[in-house]
Design a protein around this ligand. Structure first.
Ligand code: HEM
Length: 464
């Protein structure tokens, strides 16, 4: 849970936004630290879909209503910036797409967009399938993996990191995966703690924690810097994201991106592009182990469409149930569990007043469990995504956000998951180890706190 020390424009209009009173002074701060998902859930249950929380001196408006989310993220997107709670990430990632604003963001988004067009995705599909095949071959050859429980989340992180490296940077980062992963954990933990701290120690003060962060940051940057330098040296002109960003010129000045800008964008995409997808895949296999009949139905679909050949982009439309189960998994466990904004001016949301300088949040986790939009919201029921529900507004389901700041990697991530899930599901039976209990860690992304521990079970009928 992220919080920040932004003084709020207080106003008497607050009364129109119901919310818990909380404790003296701290308000709901302790609950937010302990279990923000529960706080959001219980807050909306008691007070309705528009709730105001108080975190010490900060007012925090949670909009758990699709029309209200539309107002803030789409209709009046210009009236908001990303919330100051992204500050930790900003220190970590600099001025990348995720954290920049205004004209600069707009220009960078335009430059990066072509790398995510359909034609680029076509070439990425092959890389995704190859990386997955390599991982599967490694599993098959590894006695430890074959016989003992292993952490599927770690494996998915390694896989999606490799895919981002290959597709966006044109580099094989397999050898860097472990160190990069560890550094990323340190840096993300730091970023999260930084925004949560009531008293913030600036990152340049050499506390042990800050020094660990600096080391992690240097190591993460080192990987990306090496990739850029190697490309410069080779003089190779590739049509991947790195190539596009390196050759992109500002329409007015004709300048190319500085090394700093390039690094910030690449770091952002590497981070945004692999952890989220790895989390979604991990939750998906967690759910499939708990719902064997869904796994059986998906396997039947996969077998009838693919037989034993590898999936390709052209197959994805023919496996609607597989797509639906991925969507349903992201409904229950959306990797981006909260999207926060900061109001630049006063606003009115469904007749409720939002003051200037307020933090406004939409939580896909809470929205996706709203019984107004989803019948039996706690149930895992992929069928609900097979036919469009005319009563469900568009923003009731928003794992990739909405409006101009919507995820640039939406189609990339969906394609990646729609390729990986059938490949793994067809070849392996991944059973949760007995007594495994899923614990959620809602920090920068929603991830499994202690991994997803599985072991190989017997496939009902081995087809690969
Ligand atoms: C399951 C996987 C993913 C999920 C759930 C996800 C979710 C999101 C969400 C909710 C946002 C909007 C945040 C906001 O409005 O504050 C976002 C933004 C973003 N995502 Fe993703 N994402 C995923 C995968 C990816 C991938 C694969 C990439 C790149 C390869 C990517 C790159 C980005 C970037 C650069 C932004 C910032 C866009 C901008 O502000 O212009 N994401 N993502």
């Amino acid at each position: 849970m992220t919080m920040s020390a932004v003084p709020m424009g207080q106003s008497a209009q607050h009364k129109s936004f119901p919310g818990p009173r909380g404790r003296p002074l701290v308000g709901n701060l302790l609950e937010a630290w302990n279990d923000p998902l529960d706080l959001f859930g219980s807050g909306t249950l008691r007070h309705g879909d528009l709730v105001r929380f108080r975190f010490a001196w900060i007012d925090y408006y949670l909009l758990n209503d699709a029309a209200a989310a539309h107002r803030v993220l789409v209709e009046n997107a210009k009236g908001y910036h990303k919330s100051p709670n992204y500050k930790g990430l900003k220190i970590m990632l600099g001025q990348g797409l995720l954290t920049s604003e205004g004209d600069y963001w707009k220009r960078q988004r335009k430059l990066a967009q072509p790398a995510f067009h359909r034609e680029s995705l076509r070439t990425f599909a092959r890389e995704m399938v190859d990386a997955t095949s390599d991982m599967m071959a490694r599993w098959r050859a590894d006695d430890a993996v074959k016989t003992a429980p292993f952490d599927l989340h770690q494996e998915m992180m390694r896989l999606t990191f490799r895919i981002v490296g290959k597709t966006l940077l044109g580099a094989d980062l397999e050898a860097d995966a472990r160190e990069f992963g560890e550094s990323l954990n340190v840096a993300l933990k730091w970023a999260n703690e930084y925004v949560e701290s009531v008293v913030r120690v600036p990152p340049w003060v050499p506390t042990p924690n800050n020094r660990r962060f600096s080391r992690a940051q240097r190591s993460i940057e080192g990987v990306v810097r090496r990739v850029v330098e190697e490309r410069r040296k080779s003089g190779e002109k590739k049509n991947d994201l790195l190539g596009m960003l390196m050759s992109a010129r500002d329409e007015q000045t004709g300048e190319t991106m500085s090394d700093r800008q390039l690094m910030d964008e690449l770091l952002t995409l590497t981070l945004a592009g692999h952890e989220t997808t790895a989390n979604a895949l991990s939750f998906t296999f967690y759910l499939l182990s708990r719902h064997p009949s869904v796994a059986r139905r998906a396997r039947a679909e996969i077998a009838s469409v693919l037989g034993t050949r590898d999936p390709g982009l052209e197959d994805l439309g023919s496996m609607p149930f597989t797509k639906a189960l991925i969507e349903e998994s992201m409904r229950l466990y959306p990797p981006a569990w909260v999207v926060e904004r900061y109001s630049l001016e006063e606003d009115e949301v469904l007749g409720h007043h939002i003051p200037k300088n307020a933090i406004v949040a939409v939580s896909p986790f809470a929205m996706h469990r709203n019984p107004r939009y989803f019948e039996n919201p706690e149930g895992f029921d992929p069928d609900r995504f097979l036919t469009a529900d005319p009563n469900r507004p568009k923003l009731a389901y928003m794992p990739f956000g909405a409006g101009p700041r919507t995820c640039i990697g939406n189609a990339f991530a969906m394609m990646e998951m729609q390729l990986i899930v059938p490949m793994l599901l067809r070849a392996f039976q991944l059973d949760l180890v007995s007594a495994f209990k899923l614990e959620l860690d809602p920090s920068v992304t929603l991830r499994p706190k202690a991994g997803i521990w599985v072991r190989f079970g017997d496939l009902p009928k081995r087809s690969n």
